[in-house]
Design a protein around this ligand. Structure first.
Ligand SMILES: Cc1cc2nc3c(=O)[nH]c(=O)nc-3n(C[C@H](O)[C@H](O)[C@H](O)COP(=O)(O)O)c2cc1C
Length: 182
């Protein structure tokens, strides 16, 4: 593990976790992916804005971290177009999709240029899109970045949030599903 960054006051801390265990001791990749497909996750669209350019991507790698202070994390592949924008702007919004928003989930998993065309939304104080009709929004400022393998964990302090009474869209074993009561 090593730390890098010029002045921690100027930008979020970046931590690189290159090798938690030697590769030969790690589980086989296919088995790992198969096990992770058994997880049930809410479906989010992570939106951001950098120098007037708004962007978003579908992501399930999202979690609450702490309530005091209110903190969440998202995990983005460094190959995504969203990654450099979140990293540069230091602001992102977690839009937790409603069960009737499969189309939006598919849309933001693709590589469209006109991502927000026909997607009702407003912009927050930082110019980041808040998608209409979602279950909840969390407006975040990045406090640290952690590089792990192909991905970066962005830790975000939650500045503002909202919720509705609609039911969430979930993703399990490679497909979108709705939540059912027992
Ligand atoms: C249900 C679902 C969940 C996803 N979750 C993530 C995720 O948590 N992190 C990630 O980096 N990519 C995730 N992806 C893939 C991105 O949505 C996809 O690579 C997208 O094209 C990135 O867009 P961009 O290049 O415009 O940023 C997910 C895709 C789907 C369909």
């Amino acid at each position: 593990m090593n730390f890098s960054g010029d002045d921690p006051k100027d930008k979020p801390m970046t931590m690189h976790v290159d090798a938690l265990a030697p590769a030969e001791q790690a589980i086989e990749n296919g088995a790992f992916r198969s096990i992770m497909r058994t997880m049930v996750n809410g479906v989010t669209v992570i939106t951001t804005s950098h120098e007037g350019h708004v962007h978003g991507m579908t992501a399930t790698a999202f979690s609450s971290v702490s309530a005091e202070p209110p903190t969440v994390l998202i995990v983005l592949n460094r190959s995504t177009r969203t990654h450099p924008l979140v990293s540069a702007s230091r602001h992102f919004v977690v839009n937790l999709l409603s069960q009737d928003q499969v189309e939006i989930g598919n849309r933001f998993a693709g590589k469209l240029d006109d991502q927000f065309a026909g997607v009702p939304h407003t912009l927050n104080e930082e110019g980041v899109p808040l998608i209409d009709g979602v279950v909840a929004t969390l407006e975040c400022e990045t406090v640290s970045e952690h590089t792990v393998g192909t991905h970066t964990i962005f830790i975000g302090r939650v500045l503002r949030g909202s919720r509705s009474q609609t039911m969430p869209l979930v993703y399990h074993d490679g497909s979108y599903k709705a939540v059912a009561s027992q």
